[in-house]
Design a protein around this ligand. Sequence first.
Ligand SMILES: NC(=O)c1ccc[n+]([C@@H]2O[C@H](COP(=O)([O-])OP(=O)(O)OC[C@H]3O[C@@H](n4cnc5c(N)ncnc54)[C@H](OP(=O)(O)O)[C@@H]3O)[C@@H](O)[C@H]2O)c1
Length: 370
Amino acid sequence: MSLSGRKKEKFFGRVLELARKGWGDTHPNPMVGALIMESGEIVAEGYHQACGKPHAEVEALGSLGRKPNPGAIMFISLEPCSTHGKTPPCTKAILESGIKKVFVATTDPNPKHAGNGFDLLRNAGVEVELADEPTQVKAARLNFIFNHNIKTGRPLIALKFAESANGMVAERMGRPSSVTGKEARADMMHWRRLFPAICVGSGTVLADDPSLTSRLPENTWSPVRLLVDSSLSTLGEGVSPRKVYVDQFSERSIVLTTARGMLDSGRVKKAKEHGVRLIEVEESASGGVEPSCLPKVLSDLSLHAVYCEGGPTFARSLLGSGQVDYLFRYRSPKLFEGEDALPGPGLDDYPIREPIEEELGEDRLVHGFL
Ligand SMILES: NC(=O)c1ccc[n+]([C@@H]2O[C@H](COP(=O)([O-])OP(=O)(O)OC[C@H]3O[C@@H](n4cnc5c(N)ncnc54)[C@H](OP(=O)(O)O)[C@@H]3O)[C@@H](O)[C@H]2O)c1
């Protein structure tokens, strides 16, 4: 059975939608969706729900609950795995199912494995067709964290910044400012849900007392919250308990500090009382937490990506030390022209390669790898 370009586009669109159901839950694995089509109709669907759980192809075959009919076609958002990991290879499941035609949105990003799944299927008599270029790009970008992890062997460090039209990040230090509108703020919540960790500097914790959770219409979720605080000032005398230390997710807050911070017994005691973990890292030349420690801290905690939300001082040091892989830059049409307005970290000096641009109400988001 030959499929029109429009039908293929529709089914690829659907497998990408299915893949997105695993948003934030599949690390260190990619998000993957699959469907089975018989006589032009979708008869079964599946997606990878979490690491250790069945892969999308196996989910789709399982939900069909019978052998696919002769002529059945499978659509998958990523090249099926051909090696034995936590679960058996998906190429084996496809071959055992008797499916003879597979459409795939994009190849395995691992250069060692790319194309192996296709070869294995083709050598066993299965016809394999790769999607057109725009669909391949869309499917690959969905798993930008996974792709980065596989290609570099390092966690992905992303930086998010919201700026006014004149490059300011707050109307005034010490008072939370609404830089962007509700659509952009909802979008940030969605990205927070994707990342297993979030990170801010002590200045933001002191000024804004943020909760750093992902507040979505369906639920509130917390990534691991990393707070960069060289002298434990956020636990200082006279500082009221910050939300990240006392809310329902406080066990997910970790403070990265230096030997100097660890010497302050009163502040260390306060962290213990709150049940907050402290990790001592190297001190930078300027007396802060050494930014190049971040990848190792993340790897030690089995965190494959972090969404850094600034503020500007910490962001400048992350950017300056070359730690930022991916940038989310929200731009508002507002102007913060008061003399107390706080300037951003100078993002014009860090151009994004192949930027993705989105309109969010009156604001714009540009994001992509640096
Ligand atoms: N528009 C936005 O997207 C956005 C996002 C976040 C924050 N903000 C705003 O930014 C303001 C806070 O700005 P900020 O610059 O003071 O906050 P910040 O960047 O969150 O925190 C700066 C503090 O982090 C600590 N730090 C530890 N290691 C560091 C390192 N390697 N490099 C830099 N800092 C390090 C330092 O304090 P110690 O020396 O005590 O460790 C430093 O003073 C607030 O008004 C907030 O509303 C805006």
